[in-house]
Design a protein. Structure first.
Length: 620
């Protein structure tokens, strides 16, 4: 804390003395990516790939199946955007080449469709003090498990005991260098333009098989590292991941002071320099403590301090943009954001006078939820459909902004043309994924459909065409689908009908009749498996019928089998079949800990055998 406060004083002096570089428009980016194996599941080989590639631009992320690339800064004007795109293609290509040596590949997507809960265990946390400490301290401050509850087309609600939920999210983070005197108006402008840019960029509609927000990362990332205790939640304490609580009024110092005042320091580095002594010697302090703390408070638009060519500078980092669908799509999103940043100041002047902060914040969450279907309240209080606002008003302004910044006309036309066609055709990455799944209908299992979606994403990324030109994914694109049935979790039934132990047996019998099932799990109010009722149990009850006359109502507890044999989602399929054969049972509840998460039956294995046979015949 001593080092952090000293850094803040040093930054204040640099701002007062005009030492922050100004008059320069540099841009940069960070590319996060997923590593996947041949089955398009997360491949925890990041450290091996890093060693193989040996490129200083690549670094670790929180999950062993994530990597991050930090690109070289470029001038915004001239060919800067094109140079950034070329470097991005180069570093992704190098990563892919290195991953192939370990049977893996790279997918650019906001949330990987094939992710499953077992992938989020601590075994897949990248080894290193930063990540271990982040997990330990966030869990300690939280005082319990992390709770996730997101409603979309589907609904997901569960608890998780570590910060690996953060590893579900990968982004493309664009940076814009700004001068200290212009930081406030440009930061507020970034807050205003983020919503329409995000509405056109959404690419994360799925989480663990659930169709949620068009950019589910926005909701999930807040949940994944929300360390607020019950008491702080009751006081409406803001989360570490946030859009902010109001416009910035005077200086970047407001944000840094707010971060220190509201959020505990969760980690430190070794011995810190004395920044005031460095300033006294005429040097440039690193402000390591301030930068580290700022890196543990995740504003969707984040101020950054850095040093380039020996000069200190400030940047605005926009974090809501997802990874993918292609490098060209990502660059188009960045160009749209940067063009608006260069144009809207002249169009509206002080944006805080033209729109309320509450509208900017509400717009942001509406864009994350609904993408191009969002209704956005814009300057002057008028509400527009996101697509109409973008096409009729914002794209022409972004074009003017890029030209004013000196971006080559061919480049600005190319990137903003991608945004225009994406909006006109109404096909963001999120819409493409959701429509692809809808077109597949009930073909295959959910696991196979999600694998086909990932396979189609990967093949189209290699092709390089932007997402508005992508045909919908088809089930057949998941080559070698037989490999998708290696574990129970890949074909278990998760849409379950259950009873409680004190329910009447009549209810269990009715469920079997109505839903054409032969087994009904028994769970308690917390979702813990406590027993199983089968059609055979009901037959035995009927056989004892005359002896029970006058004995009163029969409850599930009277006939259920307590402590049934169970498996986990990771149990190999052949092992589950052998358990059923050896124990002479027709059903296996699937549990995670003591919680019921699914069920597999002899009928499921028969259907699986039929499906595999059909695939074999079709393949031959």
């Amino acid at each position: 804390m001593t080092a952090l406060l000293a850094d803040l004083v040093a930054l204040e002096r640099m701002l007062e003395d005009g030492q922050i570089e100004s008059g320069v428009r540099r841009i940069g980016a960070e590319q996060e990516m997923f590593l996947v194996d041949r089955q398009l599941r997360p491949a925890p080989v990041a450290l091996e790939v890093l060693d193989r590639v040996g490129d200083a631009r690549l670094t670790t992320e929180i999950g062993k199946f994530n990597l991050e690339a930090n690109l070289s800064p470029q001038q915004l004007g001239g060919p800067g955007l094109r140079l950034l795109e070329r470097e991005l293609e180069e570093v992704v290509g190098l990563t892919r080449e290195g991953a192939r040596h370990f049977g893996a590949d790279v997918i650019l997507t906001g949330i990987l469709p094939t992710l499953r809960l077992p992938d989020l265990r601590l075994d897949n946390l990248t080894p290193g003090p930063r990540y271990r400490e982040l997990n330990r301290e966030m869990s300690r401050l939280r005082g319990g498990a992390f709770n996730v509850h997101i409603k979309g087309l589907d609904e997901i609600q569960y608890t998780h005991d570590n910060v690996m939920l953060e590893a579900c999210c990968t982004s493309f983070q664009a940076h814009l260098q700004v001068g200290s005197q212009e930081f406030v108006p440009l930061y507020n402008l970034a807050q205003a333009v983020t919503a329409p840019v995000l509405a056109a960029a959404v690419n994360s509609p799925l989480l663990l098989g659930h169709r949620l927000w068009h950019e589910t990362r926005v909701a999930l990332f807040q949940h994944s590292i929300d360390e607020r205790s019950g008491a702080r939640l009751a006081r409406r304490h803001p989360p570490r991941v946030s859009f902010g609580e109001g416009w910035v009024e005077h200086s970047v110092l407001e944000i840094f002071r707010e971060e220190i005042a509201r959020f505990r320091v969760v980690m430190t580095t070794g011995a810190e320099e004395n920044p005031l002594e460095v300033l006294a010697r005429g040097g440039v302090p690193r402000l390591s403590a301030l930068r580290l703390h700022n890196g543990t408070v995740w504003r969707w638009n984040r101020p950054c301090y850095g040093i380039s060519g020996g000069r200190p500078h400030l940047r605005i980092e926009t974090r809501p943009l997802p990874s993918g669908p292609t490098v060209l799509d990502e660059m188009a999103n960045a160009a749209f954001f940067l063009g608006l940043m260069c144009a809207l100041g002249d169009e509206y002047g002080d944006i805080t006078k033209a729109m309320s902060f509450d509208d900017a914040k509400e717009n942001f969450f509406a864009a994350a939820r609904y993408g191009l279907k969002a209704q956005l309240t814009w300057a002057g209080g008028r509400t527009f459909p996101a697509a109409a606002l973008i096409l009729d008003h914002l794209l022409p302004l972004a074009q003017q902004g890029l030209r004013r910044a000196g971006v080559e006309i061919g480049d600005s036309d190319r990137y903003l043309g991608v945004i225009g066609e994406r909006v006109r055709r109404d096909q963001t990455g999120a819409q493409w994924a959701l429509r692809s799944l809808a077109a597949m209908g009930d073909q295959g299992t959910p696991d196979v459909r999600h694998r086909a979606l990932a396979a189609a994403t990967l093949s189209r990324q290699h092709g390089g065409e932007p997402v508005h030109l992508w045909p919908l994914a088809e089930l057949e694109e998941g080559q070698g689908q037989g490999r998708s049935y290696q574990t129970v979790g890949q074909f278990m039934t998760t849409d379950l009908f259950t009873v409680r132990s004190d329910d009447l047996v009549d209810l269990a019998a009715s469920l079997m009749d109505w839903k054409h099932v032969r087994h009904v799990p028994v769970e308690d109010d917390e979702g813990r498996l406590v027993g199983l009722v089968s059609h055979r149990d009901l037959l035995r009850l009927l056989a004892r019928g005359p002896a029970r006359q006058g004995a009163g109502p029969v409850t599930v507890r009277d006939i259920m089998r307590p402590q049934p044999v169970t498996v986990t989602a990771e149990t190999p399929t052949l092992e589950a079949i052998e358990v059923m054969r050896r124990r002479k049972i027709g059903c296996l509840p699937v549990v995670e800990g003591d919680r019921l998460v699914g069920i597999v039956t002899a009928y499921d294995f028969l259907a699986l055998s039929t499906r595999l046979l059909e695939e074999h015949v079709k393949g031959s």
